[in-house]
Design a protein around this ligand. Structure first.
Ligand code: 5AD
Ligand code: SF4
Length: 476
């Protein structure tokens, strides 16, 4: 774990008053009991949420809390939620329902819920009506206000639920503390929100309109990360290609990449997510020109059928997409391509689905994240009348998965015998004698080695390949 504070914070400073008050209270508790108060955050959803949780951890630790090992132990339990698909929502309600007893046994335990789901009125209403053991509710725009909200809750006599969800976009908040999961790699937000309103997607409603962070703030954060030993950064935004659109002076995403490439100590730069409609020649050229930019691109296609793409409001055709893929492959032939695909969007016919399968075969993705279409209340697609029956969706989903996995396995076979540069991330999930890490193309690679290599970049010769990972041995 590593922490970072961006020093010239403007906006977080007014929270420091509450941070100090709570910290003093926690210090007093520690003097009396010899114990520190603790917190545990459970995060659902995307990297954006994970990064928000890193900020929340930083805030918690500033207030004197330490991370707990379990919910039973934790004084504050936080659920950072995702609203993109229904199953994440169901899991969330299941989880907080199960905490009712824990709260009954220990009424001093504080249960907080935040993130995208809280931006939906129906969700907050349901929590307030049926999950009354939740103490604190806040949204995606006011995470930085957590100290004030917590203080408001703690200082009440009758411990009523404190709920504060902002409907309007927040400003871009600089200066949040952050506790990162890894010492050697980090996410960096470059923009918030989304203006695209794809008809299936809840994100524009939960994360608001596009706002870009200033280049100087991003560069300063990355310089600090590099000084603290970070080698790899992943730039985050819902649509990084429209970075800077709200600036008066022209400063584009490729320009940002160029400036980041100059930062000493950073060895790898990744980014996500790109919208296919906005991929520019300049961006494609960045892969050729910039040494640190890794040869992997996540380019969500969502569907291979023009009529579905139109109903999704994606603003590109299958032909536009394939043209961009060709342009990328011709300039960066060994690039690893990944994508997101939704199966069973309203009105999807057998032919539409076949078009998707056909596109997948044509592009030959290294990996594709496949999703069953899930109607999100409040989006345009949710009220479309031609919803696809569940069994049809599932059958198509399985067929797609089979195709995707077959291609992924075939693409991975090409690595056999090659020597790959691996940034070692930790022990393998399945075997603690094995190290695991990623090459520049973001392939997961497992090999036997010493724990001391974690955080280093080593050469690994690939000796076996699977659909989702490669095995190898370390070489000089
Ligand atoms: N149903 C299914 N998948 C969805 N995604 C976004 N909204 C939905 C939805 N309503 C998928 C898209 C997106 C990814 C992050 O989640 O493929 O790219
Ligand atoms: Fe959702 Fe589309 Fe915005 Fe991506 S680009 S966050 S899918 S609305």
């Amino acid at each position: 774990m590593n922490r970072i504070n961006i020093l010239d914070s403007q906006n977080f400073t007014n929270q420091e008053y509450y941070v100090d008050l709570i910290k003093a209270e926690n210090d007093r508790f520690e003097t009396l009991t010899g114990k520190k108060k603790s917190y545990l955050i459970t995060t659902f959803g995307c990297q954006m949420n994970e990064h928000d949780s890193e900020n929340l951890s930083g805030i918690m630790q500033d207030m004197g809390y330490i991370e707990a090992d379990s919910q039973e132990e934790a004084d504050i339990i936080v659920y950072n939620t995702c609203a993109v698909r229904e199953n994440a929502e169901d899991r969330f309600f299941g989880n907080i329902g199960a905490l009712k007893n824990l709260k009954k046994q220990n009424p001093d335990k504080i249960l907080a819920t935040c993130g995208c789901m809280m931006q939906q009125d129906e969700v907050v209403d349901e929590i307030l009506a049926k999950y009354r053991h939740v103490d604190l509710i806040f949204g995606t725009h006011n995470i930085y206000k957590f100290p004030e909200l917590l203080y408001t809750y703690i200082s009440q006599e009758d411990k009523k639920t404190v709920s504060d969800v902002w409907k309007i976009d927040g400003d871009v908040i600089e200066g949040l503390p952050s506790i990162r999961r890894y010492d050697f790699k980090s996410f960096v937000n470059i923009m918030y929100g989304c203006n695209n309103f794809c008809t299936y997607c809840i994100v524009p409603y939960t994360r608001g309109r596009e706002r870009s962070r200033l280049p100087k703030d991003i560069i300063k954060e990355i310089e600090l990360l590099a000084k603290s030993g970070v080698k790899e950064i992943t730039l985050l935004g819902q649509n990084v290609n429209s970075y800077g659109n709200n600036f008066e002076e022209k400063y584009t995403f490729p320009m940002l990449l160029k400036d980041i490439d100059k930062i000493d100590g950073i060895q790898r730069v990744r980014f996500m997510t790109s919208h296919p409609k906005d991929i520019s020649i300049e961006l494609i050229d960045s892969f050729v020109e910039l040494n640190k930019l890794c040869e992997s691109l996540h380019l969500p296609v969502q569907s291979g059928s023009n009529s579905i793409l139109q109903k999704m409001n994606r603003n590109y055709t299958r032909q536009d997409y394939l043209k961009k893929i060709e342009a990328i492959k011709s300039k960066v032939p060994d690039i690893a391509l990944t994508t997101d695909i939704i199966v069973g969007f309203p009105g999807e016919t057998d032919q539409d689905f076949k078009d998707t399968l056909d596109l997948v075969k044509q592009v030959e993705y290294d990996l594709a994240f496949t999703f069953l279409y899930s109607p999100r209340p409040g989006t345009k697609a949710a009220v479309m009348t031609d919803q696809v029956p569940e069994e049809v969706k599932k059958e198509r989903f399985n067929q797609l998965l089979e195709t995707v996995n077959e291609i992924a396995a075939r693409k991975n076979k090409a690595y056999l015998g090659k020597i790959e540069e691996v940034l070692v991330e930790g022990l393998s999930k399945n075997n603690d004698q094995i190290l695991s890490g990623r090459n520049r193309k973001n392939k997961l690679i497992n090999f036997a080695g010493d724990k001391s290599k974690i955080g280093q970049i080593v050469n690994v010769k690939i000796t076996a390949t699977k659909s989702f990972s490669l095995d190898g041995v370390e070489v000089d």
